[in-house]
Design a protein. Structure first.
Length: 291
């Protein structure tokens, strides 16, 4: 018997309710306040457009030291009959250790049966399997110099949107980045991606300015903080705020909703020492085709 979207969304709400009971404290689960109501409205009247996909993060305490590991969750409409997009991250993990942890997590989740509620299983797996990576990270950190005096922190935000087309919106993005002395890029098309880097307060003001009042289907997927004794300008990966234009994938005639060539985008990220961001944005590890 074919499974319907409505049945899948009902199961997603049940799992969210279960997770909220497991993590009742404020801040343990970050979930947009409109996320669940929009799904409930759709279930009451399924004739309209599908609601935004459920997206949330869970702060998981690991080990006796209660080190935080955040599990970021994005659910396709047909989950649990298709796999969820999951990514575990922690400030206590180095980049390579984080990648190894997520590779093992993805392998475990893919071994579970289709139709099984897998976010709860992922939470349990992270609790039980993150500690060795955290301990290795601690050993690496303790061997480094402890005498660094931090003076400034570079803040870098990675923002994802379903698409970016409108000229007035693009103008707002570029004007705001220039005003706040932010570098990075804006990838126009479908999907749309924005990266801004600079002082934390400037990045957060940019995020507030472009997000409100009514930009739907946009989320800040990842934030990086890099400390330095000198100027944050020495840590920037981008020299300016770039207008990133890539080739469209396929021929869609006169229509505007083309998909950008993500292979080109992965090359661009790797050129700017950010290849790891591809998996955070899209839920899959990026691979370049052989030439």
């Amino acid at each position: 018997m074919a499974v319907t979207v409505q049945e899948c969304l009902e199961l997603q709400l049940l799992e969210v309710e279960m997770l909220l009971s497991m993590f009742p404290k404020k801040g343990e689960i970050s979930l947009d306040e409109e996320a669940v109501p929009s799904v409930q409205r759709y279930l009451r009247n399924a004739d309209g457009a599908l609601p935004p996909r459920l997206e949330y993060s869970i702060a998981i305490d690991v080990g006796e030291a209660k080190v935080k590991v955040d599990l970021q969750v994005l659910l396709p409409h047909m989950y649990p009959h298709v796999a969820p997009q999951l990514f575990a991250r922690s400030n206590a993990l180095h980049r390579q250790q984080q990648l190894q942890l997520n590779t093992r997590l993805a392998s475990h989740i893919s071994s579970l049966d289709s139709g099984e509620l897998r976010v709860y299983e992922a939470v349990q797996w992270v609790k039980e399997n993150s500690l060795p990576y955290l301990e290795n990270s601690k050993i690496s950190s303790e061997s480094a110099s402890k005498e660094v005096i931090v003076k400034e922190t570079l803040h870098r935000m990675w923002i994802y949107s379903h698409h970016i087309y409108r000229q007035e919106l693009r103008k707002k993005i570029f004007d705001c980045a220039k005003k706040l002395n932010l570098t990075g890029f804006c990838l126009t098309g479908k999907p749309g991606v924005i990266c801004v880097e600079g002082l934390r307060e400037n990045c957060e003001e940019f995020w507030r300015a472009i997000r409100y009042p009514n930009w739907k289907h946009i989320s800040c997927k990842h934030v990086e903080n890099v400390e330095t004794e000198g100027s944050v300008d020495n840590l920037r990966l981008f020299r300016a705020f770039e207008d990133l234009q890539l080739q469209a994938h396929g021929d869609y005639g006169l229509r505007n909703d083309y998909h950008m060539d993500l292979g080109q985008f992965l090359e661009f990220l790797k050129q700017h020492q950010s290849g790891h961001i591809f998996q955070i944005l899209f839920g899959v590890e990026g691979k370049l085709s052989d030439k």
